[in-house]
Each structure stands twice: as C-alpha cells, then as structure tokens.
Design a protein around this ligand. Sequence first.
Ligand code: SAH
Length: 216
Amino acid sequence: MEEKDKFLRLRQEMVRYQIINRNIKDNNVIRAMEKVPRHLFVDEVYQNEAHSDYPIPIGSGQTISQPYIVALMTQELSLLKSDKVLEIGTGSGYQTAILAEIANEVFTVEKLPELMQKAKKVLLELNYKNIYFKNSDGYNGWPEESPFDKIIVTAAPEYIPDSLINQLKDTGIMIIPVGLTGFDQKLFKITKLKNKILKDEICDVAFVPLIREKNK
Ligand code: SAH
C-alpha cells in the first residue's frame, strides 16, 4: 500500500473510533480531522504513532494534543466560516491547521521559537494562507489584531488571563484549560455576553502549563 493511502486509512480509523464514537458531531470538525495529515506534525520516528489515542512528544518538553481533545475543543468553539480566531500555544501546528480548515483567519502565538519555526514550515508546505504567526508570550494575546470571535488556549495557566478576556468580542467564546498539570485541571468554555463573563466547565484535562516568565 502507498504511504499516502496508509495514512489516510489511519486518519479514517482515528476519526471513526476516537472522534465519532465519542460523540463529536460537528461535521466541519470531522471533515477537517479526516483531511489534515496529522503524521506530518510529528517527527519521523513518531509517524506511525501519530494517530494514537494519546499526546506525543514534539520536542522542547511539549506535546501534540490527543486527537479527541483537539476535536472536543474545536467543537466547543462553535466555529463559523467568518470567524477570526486567536490560538495560544501553536506547538506542532496541528490544531492550527484544523482551525484554519474551518475558520476565516487564525492568529497563532507560540513562545518557543524552535517550535514556531517547525510548525510554520509544515503549515506553509501544506499551503495554508489564512494563518498568521507570532513568536511571543501568549499571556499577552495579540492586542493589535483583537478583538477575536474565538480564542483557544492549548496550554494551562493557573488563572484565566484578563488580557485574553479583553481581546474577546462580545458574544465571543474562549476554550481554555485552567489549573496545575496533574492536579484538578479543568477545561472551561468562557462566553462574553454584554460584558458578562459566563464560565462553563467542560471536563477534566491534562495539559502542559502555559509558561509564565519568571520576572512577571
Ligand atoms: N495545540 C498544540 C499543543 C502544543 S502544547 C498541538 O497540538 O501541537 C502547548 C504549547 O504551548 C507548546 O508549544 C508550548 O511551547 C506553548 N506555550 C507554553 N507557554 C506559552 C506561553 N506563555 N506563550 C505561548 N505559548 C506557550
């Protein structure tokens, strides 16, 4: 079997058993996860494991999120074709690609330059033209491009940063894990409604920390 067909089959199995069978219903999410070549977002030694039901190392102590978590977070964002999205924690760039398949524009912020470079290379090779990259501290968001319709944070702070809430549009949604890694960390859906902030708990999760600079 050709490599290309092998990875397509692995993606289809991943979508069937880990995504649809676990009640992900958003067709845009399902279609995007069938399409985006997940194996290209991990190092070659991990390519055969790329569709497994767990996170995989991507270097610098970071991981690519488990497929189900990517699907769940994306579904909870209720993405529209017209959305302008902010992503904090580019990592491998896989979640970025899923967002870019569905939404109009994705602005992604990554603190570690070596990860940002790798992600940028893969995403440009895949020909995405609606992704904008920033090598910076995600606690600051991307004020020049705000406000955003949707915000997704793929590493966990201890508290929700005010700066990110401020950069969310009215009626906007933010999906963010909060709490210490390994201790009672939860995924939240934050909705901004006429300057009221609604906070809904989605589930328990285990994300790497959103790294805080020591002098802050
Ligand atoms: N969605 C990514 C997840 C990567 S893990 C994927 O599936 O590949 C979380 C990412 O957040 C890592 O790349 C890490 O370097 C980045 N990160 C951690 N602290 C950060 C901060 N303060 N600002 C921006 N990015 C940060």
